[in-house]
Design a protein around this ligand. Structure first.
Ligand SMILES: C[S@@+](CC[C@H](N)C(=O)[O-])C[C@H]1O[C@@H](n2cnc3c(N)ncnc32)[C@H](O)[C@@H]1O
Length: 234
């Protein structure tokens, strides 16, 4: 995006959960372990993406770095992009501890990352796109489209809502998070819906199609947790 555009959304300003805060980052892996298995999840995504050794991948919103580390074992190069310096520091520490050298970290986001290399074969993003309001999700997806090689794959997993029973499904998710992770996870889930920008599946699908993607598969767990595998269609 043109750096001159002063009305561009400031993606470095954290909304909802403050992932720039050291204390949030320190508890990230343990709090998320109460409701997800990050390593098993990463393996499932990597199997779905069917990466070849010669492939390169960009991850947006790389967070504490688990997926990037695992992806680095399956492909030539990983670009891990995140707006939080604290998350990037933690990821870099894990990477150096693991002796991995094919991950490049970028302090940037969906709207500001400039991909200066050849187009990549895959882009993945989990629980990050909802940080952007819908108009800016569209801008982000068009930028992602331009970073992918023809037929390149896009994996998105995020809080994405089916319209039917949306309110009931949100309440059920909040109760589930509270049951597995106590008050911390209840407040985390409540803040998500109150302050962040999760959207409907039909909005997401319109944005994906208009950004030049074909949806290969879709699932919405519990009416609230969406997963899309897409291909760059043009
Ligand atoms: C809920 S965490 C998800 C981290 C990781 N992908 C996971 O699945 O555990 C959201 C991450 O997205 C990052 N983020 C927020 N807005 C972003 C943006 N506009 N572009 C890229 N990353 C962003 C946050 O700093 C944070 O690290």
């Amino acid at each position: 995006m043109d750096q001159e555009i002063v009305w561009q959304y400031d993606e470095f300003k954290q909304i909802g959960k403050d992932y720039s805060s050291q204390s949030e980052v320190e508890v990230y892996d343990s709090s998320h372990a109460t409701f997800r298995d990050l390593e098993a999840e990463s393996l499932r995504v990597l199997d779905l993406l069917e990466l070849k050794e010669s492939d390169a991948l960009i991850e947006f919103g790389s967070g504490s770095g688990t997926f990037a580390l695992m992806a680095s074992q399956r492909c030539r190069h990983v670009h891990a992009v995140d707006v939080s310096l604290a998350m990037l520091d933690l990821s870099r520490e894990k990477t150096s501890h693991a002796g991995v050298s094919n991950i490049e970290y970028h302090h940037a986001g969906f709207l500001t990352y400039e991909h200066r290399e050849l187009p990549v074969q895959a882009v993945a993003t989990t629980l990050a796109l909802h940080h952007l309001p819908d108009f800016w999700k569209g801008v982000a997806l068009k930028r992602v489209h331009n970073m992918l090689s023809p037929n390149g794959k896009l994996y998105i997993n995020d809080v994405i809502l089916e319209e039917t029973n949306a309110t009931e499904n949100i309440k059920a998710l909040i109760e589930h998070q509270a049951a597995v992770g106590g008050d911390f996870m209840r407040e985390d889930a409540e803040a998500h819906f109150r302050e962040e920008f999760s959207t409907y599946d039909w909005v997401m699908e319109g944005l994906l199609k208009r950004s030049g993607f074909t949806i290969v598969s879709k699932s919405i767990e519990g009416g609230v947790l969406g997963t899309y595998l897409c291909r760059r269609s043009a």
